[in-house]
Design a protein around this ligand. Structure first.
Ligand code: AMP
Ligand code: MG
Length: 341
């Protein structure tokens, strides 16, 4: 997660007043420690009351927060983290769905993606209670590593439940839950028979259909520079999710090395490489979210893997000459370079 994108196309907001033309509605708010924005379009007589959508959005976001927020003591994830037992703990179907996908991406990435990595994130000072990033003593890293490992986490779909075989195992779904939330919000919009919409939460986006002016929904991916504000590329989205995972703000440098806020669970240390950002387009935003994090942890070995697996990914790699861009074949097919308008 991280606001590494810009939504484009605000200029036509005022241009759609006529009765028969599609109207644009925009709902903005704050959830899961970040901001969200939902845009949808339709003929005025065909759209449900805006308050109906707003109420639905609130219900969806509250249910996800109650399942997956580590900031709430009463959430399912907090209960699981406190659960000092190796017995199954019943959870909601939503929670089990997200953990199932997380474990799939863990296997796929050879353990680079791991939602049990929290103790290591804390240890390097990147966590919510972490203070400032620092290089911990090897003994501290070893202690944290003993409590990390997706293989100690088990999920079952029916009845949905989680189990751990190390009682101090903890979950942090920060690298996948925002993408899941976007998919749930998109499903909510679809339930109201709206087929032209864009949903964004914390930089994770899903869009389908058209803007009121007939164009596709477009999102700018930011160039991965510390100062920000420059556009690297513009992506048109239709029935797919986009996620960017970036290192270029949240990192620290020591002895000329760049330490990411993403920790490589296999070494117990921050992924230290020159890949500054990875953007992934996938059928679901949840998958794009998890994959972008996984590929960023993998670093230099990620572009060939993404190519081999047919993933639509754009890598921004820091070099002495600035940011170099590497696109997989699937990305070159899908992304329009400098689309007009
Ligand atoms: P994202 O912005 O989606 O790349 O995810 C950032 C979140 O991922 C932070 O909340 C970290 O706590 C968490 N995180 C750090 N390292 C990993 C990892 N190796 N696998 C999964 N999540 C991680
Ligand atoms: Mg992610």
């Amino acid at each position: 997660m991280g606001c590494l994108i810009m939504l484009l196309g605000a200029s036509w907001l005022s241009a759609c007043g006529a009765r028969d033309r599609p109207r644009l509605e925009v709902i903005r708010g704050y959830a899961m420690g970040t901001t969200y924005e939902i845009r949808y379009a339709g003929k005025p007589g065909e759209l449900p009351p805006r308050t109906t959508i707003e109420a639905g959005v609130a219900v969806v976001l509250e249910s996800i927060d109650l399942a997956m927020s580590t900031y709430r003591a009463d959430s399912e994830v907090s209960r699981f983290n406190r659960h000092a037992s190796t017995a199954w703990l019943p959870v909601s179907a939503d929670f089990a769905t997200v953990v199932t996908e997380a474990l799939r991406i863990s296997e796929w990435s050879g353990g680079a993606f791991d939602v049990t990595v929290g103790p290591l994130v804390e240890c390097w000072g990147f966590g919510p209670n972490g203070g400032t990033p620092r290089v911990p003593e090897p003994a501290e890293i070893a202690k944290a590593m003993a409590r990390v490992g997706y293989r100690h986490l088990h999920v079952r779909p029916q009845p949905p439940a989680l189990r751990k075989d190390i009682v101090s195992l903890e979950l942090d779904l920060g690298a996948i839950a925002p993408g899941y939330a976007v998919d749930r919000l998109a499903a909510l919009i679809e339930q109201h028979n709206i087929s032209d919409y864009l949903v964004e939460l914390g930089g994770e986006v899903y869009a389908r259909g058209h803007r009121p002016d007939g164009g596709r929904w477009r999102v700018a991916i930011e160039r991965a520079t510390v100062s920000g504000g420059e556009i690297e590329t513009v992506v048109e989205l239709n029935g797919v999710g986009l996620s960017t995972s970036g290192n270029y703000r949240n990192y620290f440098e020591r002895d000329g090395r760049r330490y990411s806020h993403l920790i490589d669970p296999l070494t117990g240390s921050p992924a230290a490489h020159q890949v500054a950002a990875v953007s992934v387009v996938a059928a679901s935003t949840m998958r794009a979210d998890a994959l972008s994090t996984a590929l960023l942890v993998l670093g230099e070995s990620a572009p060939p893997l993404a190519e081999l697996e047919g993933i639509d990914a754009l890598f921004q790699i820091a070099s002495p000459h600035g940011i170099e861009v590497h696109r997989t074949r699937a990305n070159r097919r899908a992304v329009k370079k400098n689309p007009a308008g």
